[in-house]
Ligand binder design. Structure first.
Ligand code: TA6
Length: 344
């Protein structure tokens, strides 16, 4: 389903309002893929393939009323993941209304993608009371011509008092699956994880692909940059690629917890799985940025990524690329690892 203007041109980016009047953006690509982003939380709430099939889970009980976070899609957890700190669960970025970024700094690599939107979050007076830092959080969401969904967060410390700040982070992605008991996750075998159901006890995962038969809430540490979610029933494989985010959280509330979550249907746990590109174990520390604007940005992307976590910490970018294909054997998604480098 392509969307053309009155002059017959393809409309890659459409600004709309939902039935409650809340602003959202629709991204479309020529092959018929699409994505939907709410300015509330800068949250992707839909990602469809060229057949119009929904790839992300969105609860039938999701509440679209700010400041409540929307249950499903891809909430952004910032500046705190989960209860790793004194702020509200998963921080406040998902509860804030973002704005369209009028002047996004250039990226290091030129991209020919057309279906993208740049959003920005800046601290409010309220936020400064609970998290006393000045920052700019820029997020680019891109739908690639092949249907890949790419999210790049660029976070900058604009404190004028010379103070650094530290944060944890996650793209809290809800994947739509046919039957959770028929799903496998590959790429996390033999890794250490923090079990959030056992007071963050550190455990080592067994050797096989991960399957699901009960509640799971695990933070895998220092994972590979690529993880696959294989939905056997639908012969579908999601490949998640991440950059700048060493950890990955895997969550399914199962039956009992599902009943306890007000904006989540009792049986919906059967059709979703969260696999979240995250930075939890070693928080990111950013020093106040200097004023090298454009040059700073383009150079920074390359250099800073490694610098920011270890010492210099001026600026960082956190990338997530989601792609999906219709094969489901191990060789296929591993073959995908020969995909070209990230160009947002
Ligand atoms: O990412 C997993 C997790 O931290 C779980 O512990 C569970 O609480 C889930 O997030 C959902 O959190 P929310 O605050 O959206 O209800």
């Amino acid at each position: 389903m392509t969307n053309t203007s009155s002059s017959g041109e393809m409309v890659y980016v459409e600004h709309k309002k939902d039935i409650n009047g809340f602003p959202k953006v629709i991204l479309r690509e020529v092959r018929g893929c699409s994505a939907e982003v709410y300015l509330h939380g800068a949250q992707v709430t839909s990602w469809k393939n060229e057949h119009g099939e929904e790839l992300l889970f969105l609860s039938s009980k999701a509440i679209f009323k700010p400041p409540k976070a929307i249950r499903g899609g891809i909430p952004i957890c910032f500046p705190q993941f989960g209860n790793h700190g004194s702020l509200e669960q998963h921080g406040f970025a998902r509860n804030r209304t973002w704005t369209v970024d009028p002047d996004p700094p250039p990226f290091a690599t030129i991209s020919h993608n057309k279906a993208f939107i740049d959003l920005i979050l800046k601290p409010s007076e309220e936020d400064a009371k609970i998290w006393p830092h000045r920052y700019e959080f820029r997020l680019r969401i891109t739908l690639g011509p092949g249907g890949d969904l790419m999210l790049t967060s660029r976070i900058r410390n604009t404190n004028i008092d010379g103070k650094s700040f530290t944060f944890t982070f996650a793209y809290h992605t809800y994947f739509s699956v046919t039957d959770i008991s028929e799903v496998r996750v590959e790429g996390l075998e033999t890794l250490d994880y923090l079990d959030n159901l056992k007071n963050k006890e550190r455990v080592t995962e067994q050797g096989d692909a991960i399957t699901f038969e009960s509640e799971v809430d695990k933070t895998y540490l220092s994972t590979p940059t690529k993880i696959a979610i294989i939905d056997h029933e639908r012969k579908r494989t999601f490949v998640l690629r991440k950059d700048g985010l060493p950890d990955a959280v895997v969550w399914n509330p199962w039956d009992k917890k599902a009943k306890a979550i007000p904006d989540f249907g009792d049986d919906e746990y059967k059709h979703m799985l969260c696999v979240e590109a995250a930075c939890v174990e070693t928080p990111i520390t950013l020093k106040p940025a200097d004023n090298l604007t454009h040059k700073w940005y383009s150079k920074a992307v390359k250099v800073q990524l490694s610098g920011c976590i270890s010492c210099t910490g001026l600026y960082c970018s956190l990338d997530l690329v989601l792609s999906v294909n219709s094969c489901q054997n191990i060789f296929c998604w591993r073959a995908e690892s020969s995909l070209p480098e990230l160009s947002i």
